[in-house]
Design a protein around this ligand. Sequence first.
Ligand SMILES: Cc1cc2nc3c(=O)[nH]c(=O)nc-3n(C[C@H](O)[C@H](O)[C@H](O)COP(=O)(O)O)c2cc1C
Length: 202
Amino acid sequence: MDQTIIINGSHRAPLSNSRRYTKYLMKFLKTDSTELLLNKNNYDEISKELFSAQTAILVFPLYVDCIPSILLGFLNRLEKLGEKYKSRPTVYIIINCGFIENEQNEVAISIIKFFLKKNGFKYGGVLSIGSGEAILDSPFRGMVRGKIKKMAQAIEHGETICIKTQMPISKWFFVQAGNKYWEIKGSSHGKTKIEMKTMEIK
Ligand SMILES: Cc1cc2nc3c(=O)[nH]c(=O)nc-3n(C[C@H](O)[C@H](O)[C@H](O)COP(=O)(O)O)c2cc1C
């Protein structure tokens, strides 16, 4: 039976935005899929699952303009273990970043594409999400859900796809709304705007 696995490459996988995207994807996929949360102790176990799957989806955030180190470590391990395995799944990517522009994700996407090519994996495509931290709690959430549905259909049909999305608002408005959000969040934890601008903030 065809196996589809979804690997969460966020450092805060259990509580991550990547996981929220995964939940939608699993809802839209008609075939059975398994969600796997990466941590530094399960690289081998997840690699084994990946090599026996027909389709794998890497769901991860952009961290410091790059892929999260937990995912980087996993790819390093996968490359080593790959020598033992002949079969390779088709790999799709769902990446989300905090800034509004989905272009921020381009370098990280190129890194994954290069890795896949070098290691003999078929690249299935990408859903690149800008404003990924905010969009799911905004009036635009339907937009991103629609894109995930489209991605799920492409995965099921084995099609190659490239979708990019972000909030349809100006950068200025996004920054204003972001500042307001963090101000309210800080205040709910007893922190002022000035305190939040210091390095002492936890
Ligand atoms: C350590 C760290 C570094 C980040 N670096 C970037 C960045 O370079 N560019 C960006 O747009 N967002 C950046 N973000 C925002 C995350 O991409 C965004 O919050 C994302 O939704 C986190 O997804 P997750 O909950 O699945 O980890 C960063 C977040 C963290 C915690």
